[in-house]
Design a protein around this ligand. Structure first.
Ligand code: M6R
Length: 615
């Protein structure tokens, strides 16, 4: 939530910062602002609404050119999305400018103290206090970095801060506690950002900032210390994707591009994890085989779409390993005093690696002695850094707020973990594991085939643009797929959408069925678990008898559903447990097209942000 950029170098800071903000707008788009140091002073501009409003403001009232600057795109927490609440926030002398991501929990107290000392604060934000505190501290200490350390020691909560001061025109200072901040190191220039996407066009050389660290950026180098002033050990790394990966690449929306990238993302996530003989090699899982054999419970924590991938993982883990597996919303986890110990393997799933609810859940789990394995898409992010081990998904950058390719790759990673557990615990034979891996290796091609047949799904979506409600039903692994279909529709089309386990229908939700209500049904394979299949075919008949318009997603060759489907969406034949990898794709396309038909912003749905760094 909130995107931050800082720059010092020889280019126009305004241009670099604005380009960076464009790449970070997915993190928040309630308002945007910039500040540059130029002509011995500080100049700032900010506007409520999307970045385009700020761009217009800068055309009407250009800022002077300078080569040090900061910028911010906001997801509002304290104070509405107004010009006054937009960042940067300045001190009363207009010398210091600050941008912030997170929540300063003790801001009310600090604000009252500042007011007593004669400061005039003009916004409703928690951030503004920092500009005033920095100005006070800087007047009595050596440099802005030291002032930042002193201020940070007084703050409570989660915060990434980036600041400039006109008295140090070639310096940008950043601080990090709980919210993300990455350093980019170029030739004679340096960058700070919430995400490497902001500076990937300039450098792929990055430094991870640790918890409670302050960084000082100058053209000729970067200095990192703890909040206590002690030099900190830094972890440089090279970003393994380039600027092109963060572009739309000819698609109208990032979401469309990311849906199309799924076959490759799935293949990339398998890459290097299967040896020449078709065996599973998960070297990254640094929790020893002996420890994994001791585990008596798996607990998965995640939010949103990642939570749905966890729900599906439960079926695979329990079926393949016979270890009990619980799946819990990360935001609920630590508040119910869960039973955890050294025999619990906690799996934290997160695309961004920065979701605060998931981070807090994993911290709680580790405090109770559990081992945590992260499944994550973002190299160097906080969740993998604080876990005992990590299995990276290789989806590449996911920019659209609605998660698509990250979901499919999370599923692949979960299947790999489940198989690996089966391998080390001896609950799965080598040839069984190899057979599943062979099936997984074919999934990319199956997703490709689904994508080639999506035109009728798009046409159907357009025809439903005037509807208010869509329901989704599924059984077994199809149930979390139904939940995911409903989530996609809510966040993109702003429609009332709910997912149900089809067997639950008769316990209440069937009362919702009325004439022409669209109901999407995810049908399990008729092979193997045919009982499950037969039951859902009965459910389809029950809702159709009550007037529902049935939209049926079923395997190629499943003839039993044909008589009851008003619209039939075919998916390739896959093993039951792997079906979510293909069944979810039409639901993504459906939601994306409905959002477009309803005139909604596909990549930046209202009220949302990609990376949820507040609890
Ligand atoms: O970055 P994470 O995977 O931890 O994010 C979790 C959720 O916020 C995320 O999946 C969210 O539900 C998506 N916008 C759904 O499309």
């Amino acid at each position: 939530m909130c995107g931050i950029v800082g720059y010092v170098g020889s280019q126009s800071a305004l241009e670099v910062v604005m380009a960076g903000l464009k790449r970070l707008e997915y993190r928040g788009y309630d308002s945007a602002g910039v500040a540059v140091l130029a002509d011995g002073g500080l100049a700032a501009a900010k506007r409520a609404g999307k970045l385009v409003n700020l761009e217009k403001e800068l055309v009407d009232r250009p800022l002077p050119t300078g080569s040090t600057g900061i910028g911010h795109t906001r997801w509002a927490t304290h104070g509405g999305p107004t010009d006054a609440n937009a960042h940067p926030h300045l001190d009363n002398a207009g010398r210091v400018a600050v941008v912030h991501n997170g929540i300063i929990e003790n801001f009310a107290l600090l604000r009252a103290e500042l007011a007593e000392r004669g400061h005039e604060l003009s916004s409703d934000t928690d951030t503004e206090v920092v500009a005033h505190l920095l100005a006070e501290e800087f007047s009595g200490c050596a440099d802005l970095a030291e002032a930042m350390r002193l201020v940070c020691r007084r703050l409570e909560g989660a915060f990434t801060l980036v600041a400039v001061d006109s008295d140090e025109p070639d310096v940008v200072v950043g601080a990090r506690r709980n919210s993300p901040l990455v350093v980019g190191v170029g030739e004679g220039e340096a960058f700070l950002a919430s995400d490497v996407a902001a500076f990937i066009a300039h450098t792929r050389s990055a430094i991870e900032l640790g918890q409670d660290q302050v960084v000082e950026l100058r053209r000729d180098g970067v200095t990192v210390t703890g909040f206590d002033g002690q030099p900190a050990e830094v972890r440089p790394y090279n970003v393994d994707w380039d600027a092109e990966a963060a572009e739309k690449g000819g698609y109208d929306y990032f979401m469309l591009k990311e849906i199309a990238e799924q076959p490759k993302a799935v293949a990339d996530t398998l890459l290097g994890r299967i040896d020449a003989a078709g065996n599973l090699t998960l070297d990254e899982v640094r929790i020893s085989a002996a420890e994994l054999r001791e585990m008596d419970k798996v607990v998965i924590v995640a939010c949103g779409t990642a939570f749905h991938s966890g729900l599906i993982a439960k079926y695979a883990i329990e079926h393949w390993t016979r270890i009990p597996c619980e799946v819990e919303l990360a935001s609920e986890f630590r508040y119910r005093d869960p039973i955890l110990d050294a025999q619990t393997l906690v799996i934290a799933i997160s695309q961004s690696g920065e979701t605060m609810d998931t981070l807090m859940a994993l911290r709680h789990a580790r405090e109770q002695g559990a081992k945590v394995l992260a499944i994550c898409n973002t190299n160097g992010s906080t969740i993998p850094r604080e876990s005992d081990a990590v299995l990276y998904t290789h989806a590449g950058p996911e920019v659209a707020v609605a998660s698509t390719k990250a979901f499919l790759t999370q599923l692949v990673a979960c299947y790999l973990v489940a198989l690996y557990l089966g391998q080390v615990r001896g609950t799965k034979w080598g040839d069984e594991i190899r057979a599943v891996i062979r099936d997984l290796s074919r999934i990319g091609g199956a997703v490709e085939r689904v994508l080639e047949t999506m035109e009728p799904v798009r046409a159907l979506a357009r025809s439903l643009a005037g509807k208010d409600t869509v329901l989704f039903l599924g059984r077994h692994v199809g149930y979390p797929v139904a939940l995911e279909g409903a989530l996609k529709l809510k966040e993109l089309a702003y429609m009332h959408a709910e997912g149900f386990a089809a067997g639950e229908l008769k316990h209440g939700p069937i009362a919702l069925i009325e004439e022409d209500l669209p109901v999407v049904v995810v049908v399990p394979s008729p092979r193997g678990r045919s009982l499950l299949h037969d039951k859902i075919v009965s459910n389809i008949q029950e809702i159709r008898a009550r007037g529902a318009r049935t939209i049926v997603i079923a395997e190629e060759g499943d003839e039993a559903v044909e008589a009851y489907a008003d619209h039939l969406i075919r998916i390739p034949v896959t093993p039951t447990l792997l079906q979510p990898l293909v069944a979810t794709v039409p639901l993504q396309v459906f939601a994306c097209e409905l959002a477009t038909a309803r005139g909604n912003e596909v990549d930046q749905p209202r009220n949302l942000a990609k990376s949820v760094t507040v609890e």
